[in-house]
Design a protein around this ligand. Structure first.
Ligand code: ATP
Ligand code: MG
Ligand code: FE
Length: 376
């Protein structure tokens, strides 16, 4: 089926068009630049930017794919989780298109769509792992048979971005998705952005810290690993309350105190060492817990998604640890890891192909839509 997907949950206005698992176009307009001076996404600015970008992005996508609205079999749109006002813009656009064309409409879960991105044929480019430095748009498959996910059943997903940090178990992408763990405070990308600010780096902080950390010593200053002590972790037989969960606000505070200590003594803080130590603390926990969750839930394939998947050290650590655990690692192309409409269309195509009923047009976007709800 030919599916049009619309994404507007955060600061990217995305329109993607797919035919089954074939990607035709992935048009994205981002308002990231407009948020730079605030050091984070401002919801009202994001909503207004979506309003400006929606129709041009839609037109550009249709033109590039060389299809008309009449050719489309169904429309898919992100209905949550995300920023309420931002979601509303995409949902209104999708409803208007559905009413005008009479095409079925699917209200899609944004997090599950991140997983759906890996179903696209071109998501995993043939790039050798050594080439996978930040900024390279190639995808990655490491381990086991090195092939595609096959039936794409029973896989784990580590989603890390500015808005979320989750470990999912995907039994079947159309009907069985479970949240294994998530952050109890800041998202991982948000922690990168906040710490970058403390270190005097520009927004978005992720790429800046990634680059700076490469010149620092990650062992010079040891930062806390959130929710990693036995009290929270428990044991395999008796899991603690936060075995697969994350917390980054204590780490952020530890970085702030560290910077203050140097300044109080009239010294320049060693920003490269701090960046490297902070980054290692975040990535150590997320990769360790993701691998643990896979092992304890009989999962043999781990997928990375979200903007933080661009991080070079995350890719390195994830490769090392999945390889050691005999788990296959999938990292889609960066343009499919960050927010985009193609992943929404990809999930929509799966639902259509599996005969899932459309959502109608009466649904309302749900800013805290749970992952167990794949579509509304
Ligand atoms: P959502 O949470 O809805 O997916 P978002 O816009 O917050 O939306 P993305 O666009 O997927 O998330 O990713 C942006 C985040 O990724 C920012 O927090 C940014 O700092 C982080 N990021 C980007 N590149 C890197 C990197 N190399 N290392 C670490 N973090 C990175
Ligand atoms: Mg974004
Ligand atoms: Fe996202």
């Amino acid at each position: 089926p030919l599916i049009l997907g619309i994404e507007s949950s955060c600061d990217e206005t995305g329109v993607g068009i797919v035919r089954g698992t074939q990607l035709l176009v992935n048009a994205v307009s981002s308002s990231m630049e407009e948020h730079v001076r605030f050091g984070g996404v401002i919801p009202e600015i994001a909503s207004r930017a979506h309003l400006d970008a929606m129709v041009p992005t839609l037109r550009a996508a249709l033109k590039e794919a060389d299809v008309t609205l009449a050719d489309i079999d169904a429309i898919a749109v992100t209905s949550g989780p995300g920023l309420a006002g931002a979601l509303m813009v995409g949902v209104c656009a999708a409803k208007a298109l559905a009413v005008a064309t009479g095409k079925p409409l699917y209200a899609i879960n944004h997090l599950v769509a991140h997983v759906g991105a890996a179903l696209l044929d071109e998501s995993l480019g043939a790039v050798s792992p050594g080439d996978l430095t930040a900024g390279n748009d190639g995808g990655l498959v490491v381990g086991n048979d090195g092939g595609r996910p096959g039936r794409f059943e029973n896989i784990g997903a580590l989603l890390v971005s500015g808005g979320h940090t989750e470990i999912l178990r995907v039994g079947s992408i159309a009907e069985d998705v479970e949240l294994l763990g998530s952050t109890i405070d800041d998202a991982a990308g948000e922690a990168f952005d906040k710490v970058a600010r403390l270190l005097g780096l520009n927004y978005p902080g992720g790429p800046a810290i990634d680059a700076l950390a490469r010149t620092g010593n990650a062992l010079a200053i040891k930062f806390p690993r959130g929710l990693s002590v036995p009290k929270y972790m428990g044991t395999p037989a008796e899991p603690g309350p936060h075995r697969y969960d994350f917390s980054f606000s204590g780490l952020k505070t530890a970085v702030a105190r560290c910077v203050e200590r140097f300044e109080a003594e009239g010294q320049q803080p060693p920003v490269a060492d701090i960046a490297a130590g902070f980054q290692e603390a975040v990535l150590d926990v997320i990769t360790a817990k993701a691998v643990l969750a896979c092992r304890e839930n009989g999962i043999s394939t781990l997928l990375l998604g979200g903007g933080v998947a661009a991080n070079s050290r995350l890719r390195e650590l994830a490769q090392q640890r999945t390889r050691a655990a005999g788990i296959r690692l999938l990292v889609p192309r960066l343009s499919l890891c960050t927010d985009n409409g193609a992943m929404v269309a990809a999930l929509g195509a799966q639902l259509v192909m599996r005969g899932v009923r459309p959502s109608g047009i009466a649904f309302v976007p749900d800013s805290s839509m749970p992952v167990s709800s794949i579509s509304l």
